[in-house]
Design a protein around this ligand. Structure first.
Ligand code: DHB
Ligand code: MG
Length: 218
């Protein structure tokens, strides 16, 4: 059994018992696939982690940067109270259409928006967001983290997906946009006076990856 097969089997075991997908999530995945979106959604176990983090946070307002087909959006929306609000930002118009189609039940809480993003966002929806999930183009991670800082307040949680980049994040000589953007975000978390964070490496259905977590502090 190769390592990745082992990870897949353990992920399937955990997912079946802890984060089983219901029809709504399954339909969102099928819809994303049918729309030809890249299959880079969070896994079910990761989606449940996002839901739990938002619940632990007592989040009433969530900002997601990078909607894709809205799969992670559904998990995050499940953490919210009936009067909660989730704004999810997606650059691609086609992906916004898919996400709106994929998340009809979460729709009352979810607002899928395209550009222009943050300035209009800040004007229309006063911060703070209780949780920000950054999962878009990785080269812009430091910019999204700056936005997140402007749109949150003390106690808010910022989560960044895909910070491992296949291990390349640790290679200072790697000049890929994704690696440079992710390294800049990690270094900002480490050095910013208003951020306290860490990063966890993960294995599972999506292979080897990881999340960065940062709490906004005084
Ligand atoms: C990619 C993007 C993601 O958000 C992800 O979770 C995995 C991979 C990518 O663009 O390669
Ligand atoms: Mg991702």
């Amino acid at each position: 059994m190769s390592d990745s097969r082992l990870w897949d089997d353990v992920d399937a075991y955990f997912t079946a018992r802890l984060a089983p997908e219901d029809d709504h999530l399954t339909a969102a995945l099928r819809g994303s696939e049918a729309a030809g979106l890249p299959p880079v959604n969070v896994t079910a176990a990761q989606g449940k982690l996002l839901q739990l983090l938002a619940e632990i946070q007592g989040a009433r307002t969530v900002l997601e940067i990078g909607t894709l087909g809205g799969y992670s959006t559904i998990w995050l929306a499940r953490a919210l109270p009936a009067d909660g609000r989730l704004i999810t930002l997606e650059y691609s118009a086609a992906r916004r259409v898919s996400a709106r189609r994929n998340s009809p039940r979460a729709h009352a809480l979810v607002d899928v928006r395209g550009p222009p993003w943050v300035p209009a966002q800040a004007a229309r929806d006063p911060p703070p967001f209780d949780l920000v999930f950054i999962d878009a183009d990785k080269g812009n991670n430091p910019h999204y983290l700056e936005w997140a800082l402007r749109l949150t307040s003390t106690g808010s949680l910022i989560v960044i997906d895909n910070v491992v980049r296949g291990g390349r994040v640790a290679d200072a000589g790697d000049t890929g946009d994704d690696v440079r953007g992710t390294r800049a975000a990690i270094e900002m978390i480490g050095s910013h006076p208003r951020l306290s964070g860490t990063a966890v490496q993960t294995v599972g259905g999506k292979g080897y990856d990881g999340f960065a977590l940062a709490r906004v502090v005084d």
